[in-house]
Design a protein around this ligand. Structure first.
Ligand SMILES: Cc1ncc(COP(=O)(O)O)c(C=O)c1O
Length: 380
């Protein structure tokens, strides 16, 4: 079966007893045992819950790998993945230098004090990553593709080869492209991690995360960490996640068609100094992403020519909501320097270009003429 079919039928036929087409929501904390020494396979919902298990199985069917764990948020997933890779005893974590700001906060505020050394590197520059790997001691390379908000594109297979040669684990945060557009395991990744809050759930109504491991051995260790630390996704949210997955393909198709049209409009606008969208043929990441992925996604960022225009755009946009998230059916505009990337050091933001003129757009499924007209009004 093709991916669209797996997605549309995600979680289907999970209850042969009743034939329920939609997965039942097992809203229970615990499970009774038939007798001493016997179990239905479920004991306590932190360890496993049938609705969550159906979702986790669907994530493997849809994106590959051996085992998935559904988490209470993308950050809970990332935290557990960090604990997993650090079980190697190695102390350095190489991370994309412009990741989601929360990833930096997690590494800096909570792992660095424990003796872990996060190293930020331009993961679109394979040689820069190789240099850091040669320095030794790296537990993992953590790459976002494309990066957030500058949309830089890594060569994931090259990074994975280099990571493996030095004994490090390759982790891909595939939140932006999802397994519909990019398949991390086909490019050498060991672990794919998601803020499912975004495209996978897709409706700006759930906070959820997921991590998928290439091997059963890693998956079992991740599940043990999740059971011990407890960041599990609840049954109702697991069901909403499954429902979101069913429409992922058509949502993403529409979102990326809209995104390209919006990027082209912005690229020709006199008040716009720069557009970052790998779907544009002139974008530095275009060719590289075209070779690796089925599409370019629905995220873009752009720089206006004057910082005073930013508050005006945020106040006057009517179709775009000024809100901090992405990947839902509704279009959002975000000001990364003060919102998503507030925890990134000023000097780093300035060096990278996450400045007071940069806005990020998450393009939804609305009529594209309305999106363009809204931006046209707001940029006056
Ligand atoms: C790329 C990326 N990874 C991880 C996260 C964290 O996910 P969550 O907000 O679901 O905890 C986000 C959130 O914006 C993100 O954009």
């Amino acid at each position: 079966m093709q991916l669209e079919t797996w997605l549309a039928q995600a979680g289907g036929r999970s209850d042969p007893r009743t034939g329920s087409l939609s997965t039942p929501i097992h809203q229970t904390a615990t499970f009774s045992h038939p007798r001493l020494g016997e179990s239905t396979g479920y004991d306590y919902s932190r360890t496993a819950n049938p609705t969550r298990s159906t979702l986790e199985k669907a994530l493997v069917e849809v994106g590959g790998g051996a085992r998935a764990c559904a988490f209470a948020s993308g950050m809970a997933a990332l935290d557990a993945v960090m604990r997993l890779v650090l079980e190697s005893g190695r102390k350095r974590v190489l991370c994309t230098e412009d990741p989601y700001g929360g990833t930096i906060r997690l590494l800096e505020r909570f792992f660095r004090p424990l003796g872990i050394v996060p190293v930020y590197v331009d993961t679109s520059d394979t040689r820069a990553v190789l240099r850091e790997l040669d320095a030794g001691g790296a537990a993992a390379v953590v790459a976002e593709i494309p990066t957030n908000p500058l949309m830089r594109v890594a060569d994931v297979a090259a990074l994975a080869d280099a990571a493996h040669a030095s004994g490090a684990t390759m982790v891909v945060d595939n939140t932006f492209l999802t397994p519909y557009l990019f398949r991390p395991f086909e490019h050498g990744a060991d672990i794919a991690v998601y803020s499912a809050t975004k495209y996978l759930c897709g409706h700006n109504d759930v906070i959820a995360g997921a991590a998928v491991c290439l091997t059963e051995e890693m998956g079992a260790r991740l599940a043990a960490i999740q059971n011990a630390t407890g960041g599990v996704l609840g049954p109702l949210d697991s069901w909403l996640f499954l429902r979101g997955l069913k429409t992922l393909a058509i949502r993403m198709d529409r979102q990326q068609t809209n995104a390209l049209a919006v990027a082209e409009f912005l690229a020709g606008h006199p008040r716009v100094a720069k557009v970052h969208y790998p779907g544009l043929t002139g974008d530095p990441g275009h060719e590289r992403l075209r070779r690796q992925a089925r599409g370019f996604g629905g995220m873009l960022s752009f720089e206006v020519d004057d910082p005073d225009l930013v508050p005006r755009v945020l106040a006057t946009a009517r179709v775009f909501s000024f809100a901090e998230s992405l990947g839902g059916v509704e279009s959002l505009v975000t000001f990364p320097a003060v919102q998503t990337h507030a925890d990134v050091a000023e000097a780093v933001k300035n060096r990278l270009g996450i400045n007071n003129r940069l806005l990020r757009l998450s393009i939804g499924i609305e009529n594209v003429a309305d999106l363009i007209a809204d931006l046209d009004d707001a940029l006056r």
